[in-house]
Ligand binder design. Structure first.
Ligand code: 4AD
Ligand code: MG
Length: 453
């Protein structure tokens, strides 16, 4: 918009300042970080209306866009008229000019998108989602939709939310003799149903017909982890590729992370500058470094050796066969490599049943991408494409092979090496913005004991 142009602007008043008969309103419509300064002189509006234009009010201002004489903005709107669309009683409106704590903003999640920080989070989240589609679409991947309601446990970890229409208390009506398993027959789907922990198994079915696919949607985990990195409902993007091994998988993951960082930087420089200034002054330099240097690569076995050699006291002393804890992951990426790393070939006992067994018979073709500040941001693997190996891995992990026979069919008919990974959208957002708690990068967080809004 050129200076001198007559325009209308609608938005919410962030702050108001009055000086010598002139009123300065900072107005934001959510489209970008910068507010529009609306300047109203005494006499333009009835006193009674002017008095009600306070922080939080929604207005429509008409006037000329002129070059701003003051620092802080290139242009401002000299208002010739303002319509007050919605009041916000200053005695009650909870968002005020002073900075609020993240904890307080969480309590008013229905209003926090109007704060500088959360508005910026939402725009970066949108740009990141756009980047994800752009990356895969440009490379010929087909966007598929995997179900949220499922009867199978993809990660085999049992951390699933049960979905039922049965009455809460006791067995179904007219039959009080049945136990809980038998109850499932009376349930909506005729067997136990859950919210999905991952779309991977269904994505594999479609990859073995369409080639390269990706699914991108909500996933649910009922693990009782009250940490700054875990949500009960989070978004995951999961590519799955036929004719693909672990090396191809790792290459794609690295290219993907670098692409989405660059893309979001190009789209939301304003918001990222804000995060760099107010949340964490190292993020922009770090993101640039990530895009330049190749990721480090290390096997799980090497990682354990490094951890055992490290001169420090661990809460969980590392040993071969134990899962890597957050303290281990952060040491490897933050201190040993000082950049993102990919850890491969974990012991089969600590990974899901579907990962391809290595020739050593002990480790599987798994990969986790670890980044500074966050730890694990991507989990993936080459899948076990051999029927016998897969069915015995399932049996070993105590799965009911019968109910996964559809999944085994992929290995019966036209099986092919294939691989994929899952990126947690909220972990990526924490990485991009420097936000320290995962509850502050999703509009309405669901965590143990908390499901407001
Ligand atoms: O490592 P995970 O459990 O891998 C899978 O679910 C595979 N089926 C993915 C695949 O190969 N298609 O989860 C993948 C990523 C993690 O690296 C992490 O970024 C994120 O999902 N994640 C969570 N994010 C927030 N809250 C939680 N509770 C999360 N659990 C996993
Ligand atoms: Mg994982």
């Amino acid at each position: 918009m050129k200076p001198g142009a007559g325009i209308n602007a609608r938005g919410w008043v962030k702050t108001r300042r009055d000086s010598k008969g002139i009123h300065f309103l900072q107005v934001n419509d959510g489209s970008c970080f910068q507010d529009l300064q609306v300047v109203v002189e005494d006499g333009v509006l009835p006193e009674e209306i002017l008095a009600r234009i306070t922080t939080g009010a929604c207005i429509k201002a008409a006037g000329d866009l002129i070059e701003s004489p003051a620092a802080g903005q290139a242009v401002e709107l000299r208002a010739s008229d303002i319509i007050l669309i919605g009041d916000a009683d200053p005695a009650f409106y909870p968002l005020q000019k002073k900075g609020h704590s993240m904890e307080f903003l969480r309590e008013i999640a229905h209003l926090r998108a109007r704060s500088n920080t959360f508005g910026a989070v939402c725009r970066v989240r949108n740009a990141l989602s756009d980047a994800i589609h752009r990356f895969f679409q440009d490379r010929g991947f087909q966007y598929i939709h995997t179900p949220l309601l499922t009867a199978s446990d993809c990660e085999g970890a049992g951390a699933m939310f049960r979905v039922t229409t049965l009455p809460l208390n006791g067995p179904p009506p007219n039959d009080d003799s049945k136990g809980s398993d038998a109850d499932s027959a009376e349930d909506f789907f005729g067997k136990p149903a859950y919210l999905t922990v991952s779309g991977q198994l269904e994505a594999e079915c479609l990859a073995l017909a369409l080639g390269n696919v990706y699914t991108f949607g909500p996933t649910f985990r009922a693990e009782n982890s009250n940490t700054p990195r875990h949500l009960a409902e989070f978004w995951m993007v999961e590519p799955e590729m036929a004719f693909c091994d672990l090396d191809d998988d790792m290459e794609l993951a690295e290219e993907f992370l670098k692409f989405i960082i660059r893309y979001v930087r190009g789209r939301r420089e304003d918001d990222l500058q804000f995060f760099n200034k107010r949340i964490d002054s190292t993020i922009l330099a770090n993101l640039d470094n990530v895009c330049e240097a190749p990721f480090g690569k290390i096997t799980y076995t090497e990682a354990i050796e490094w951890l055992q050699k490290a001169d420090r006291k661990w809460d969980y002393p590392p040993f071969w066969g134990a899962d890597l804890q957050s303290e281990h992951e952060r040491y490897l990426t933050e201190e040993l490599f000082k950049k993102p790393i990919i850890v491969t070939d974990y012991p089969k006992e600590i990974k899901a049943f579907y990962m391809r067994l290595n020739d050593d018979g002990k480790t599987v073709r798994a990969m986790d991408v670890l980044v500074p500040r966050i730890g694990e941001i991507i989990g993936g693997s080459q899948r076990e494409e051999r029927f016998n190996e897969l069915s015995s891995a399932m049996r070993l992990q105590g799965l009911d092979v019968e109910s996964y026979s559809w999944y085994l069919d992929l290995r019966r008919y036209g099986s092919v090496p294939h691989a994929g990974f899952g990126l947690g959208l909220e972990r990526m957002l924490m990485y991009l913005t420097g936000m320290k708690n995962i509850r502050d990068v999703i509009p309405f967080p669901r965590t143990p004991g908390s499901i407001e809004f």
